[in-house]
Design a protein around this ligand. Structure first.
Ligand code: HEM
Length: 428
């Protein structure tokens, strides 16, 4: 099979106006703007062609960074944690960053586990995994089936739905409420999901979105410290008596920020693939086998987290033939690395059964043990129940009309309109 991101968009100009002349060190490609937004895969392809597997790029606001597109180079950065640290206070570029920089919420230092290194990181990541290990997969699956059925009951009489608004966020939001011990109050959950989503957008809303989520999670952690319950938040708090309330709040926010939006986008991108690609055609008889394959294909071809900030060089080093200086910011292009043509020579072999993608990052600092499995249970159940209940789901627009949210980090749809035969039969 050929690399899924290789198919050139005939509309995409061969050389966009912002493309630097090949090899010119004074110009770096922009990882923002309309061209990047519309055609990220083509942008990565062009950067790789012009500048190689590790390229100088400009982030929103023309901030300099190194962009790692090579799979081998990405694996190297992920595994060499001595040379590539995570504490953003190491960054030598802070002087040029404006206070309202849209990427600020998840890059500026705060007491989150995501910015810790070494033993401190190991303790906090292990505490997260131990909390996730208390989740009973059968119980979680049962809850997700119930949430999925309730949501489907609401839209099946209409014969049409926008799955992004009516389903894709809602199943993980309700699962998050169940897992983290939140109330299932729709307004509160909607605000949480919305805050988490906008905190990753490439606009001025991002900072305010993250602040709203932080306030919400702070209340939750405070309550669970006083009266623990049978939930992940309480379990994490109990597992980390050495952390301050502020640190626990920051870590629970990281857990939620990963669990809710990323699992939603995994569902959305898989449904899009199944609705648009005949290899995964949604037939009642075929869907069981296809769902797992489609979910894996998405982790290669449309990974929910496409770019990751990041790592900071702890010393002068070289990577992919580039000289990296101590304190330089290294952005991990997870989607670009998964599409590396060196990894995908033109062979008839597809992604089936191959789980060596970097959609969950990897190495010591990657998505912690328990994260991917929890997300898989939620996503797979949501997709299975939908296809069981609404087997004649059809995309209501042409596949090219689907548009993607403007985010440097995420790969997620703006909307996913579908039609189907209306029915008033409910799950109950
Ligand atoms: C229930 C679902 C999930 C949970 C609880 C979870 C939890 C976490 C946590 C706590 C971290 C921070 C790790 C650290 O700083 O050491 C993290 C990082 C990450 N997660 Fe997950 N996650 C979930 C789902 C996902 C999904 C669906 C994806 C993408 C397909 C994903 C991809 C990542 C990536 C790329 C990182 C960044 C790691 C790095 O910095 O290298 N996660 N996750």
């Amino acid at each position: 099979m050929t690399n899924p991101q290789d198919d050139q968009d005939p509309q995409a100009p061969d050389h966009a106006p912002d493309t630097p002349p090949p090899g010119c060190p004074a110009h770096a490609a922009r990882l923002y703007g309309p061209e990047f937004r519309r055609h990220p895969a083509q942008t990565y392809q062009r950067i790789r062609r012009d500048s190689g597997q590790v390229a100088p790029v400009l982030l929103e606001g023309d901030i300099d960074a190194w962009f790692v597109l090579g799979y081998r180079e990405t694996r190297h950065v992920l595994s060499d944690t001595d040379t590539f640290g995570r504490d953003p206070r190491r960054w030598n570029g802070w002087d040029g960053v404006p206070p309202d920089w849209p990427l600020m919420p998840w890059v500026a230092y705060s007491p989150m586990m995501t910015f810790t290194e070494g033993d401190e990181h190991r303790r906090r990541s292990t505490a997260a995994s131990e909390a996730l290990a208390t989740v009973d997969p059968f119980v979680l699956r049962g809850h997700c089936e119930r949430f999925a059925d309730q949501l489907i009951d609401k839209f099946t009489p209409n014969g049409r739905a926008d799955l992004v608004y009516d389903y894709i966020y809602s199943v993980p939001a309700l699962a998050t409420a169940e897992l983290f011990g939140l109330s299932e109050d729709e307004a509160g959950l909607g605000a949480l999901a919305q805050g988490l989503t906008v905190s990753f957008l490439s606009d001025e809303e991002a900072i305010a979105g993250q602040q709203r989520v932080a306030a919400y999670v702070a209340e939750l952690v405070k309550a669970k410290r006083e009266a623990p319950g049978p939930d992940l938040t309480s379990q994490f708090v109990l597992n980390t008596p050495e952390l301050t309330e502020e640190q626990q709040t920051a870590d629970v926010m990281v857990l939620m920020a990963a669990a809710l939006p990323l699992t939603s986008y995994w569902i959305g991108n898989t449904l899009r693939l199944m609705l648009t690609d005949e290899r995964f055609a949604m037939t009642l008889s075929g869907n069981r086998r296809s769902i797992g394959e489609a979910m894996n294909e998405v982790l290669w071809a449309d990974s929910p987290l496409q770019n990751l900030i990041g790592r900071y060089a702890t010393r002068d080093t070289s990577l992919g033939g580039r000289r990296i200086r101590a304190g330089d910011l290294v952005v991990l292009g997870l989607a670009a690395a998964n599409a590396d043509p060196l990894l995908w020579p033109d062979t008839p072999v597809g992604h089936a059964g191959n789980h060596s993608h970097v959609a969950f990052s990897g190495g010591e600092y990657g998505c912690p043990v328990g994260g991917p499995e929890t997300a898989r249970i939620i996503a797979e159940t949501a997709i299975e129940v939908l296809l069981d209940r609404v087997p004649d789901l059809t995309l209501a627009v042409e596949p090219e009309e689907l548009s993607w949210v403007d985010s440097f980090w995420y790969r997620c749809l703006d909307s996913l309109p579908v039609t189907f035969s209306p029915t008033s039969v409910t799950a109950g």
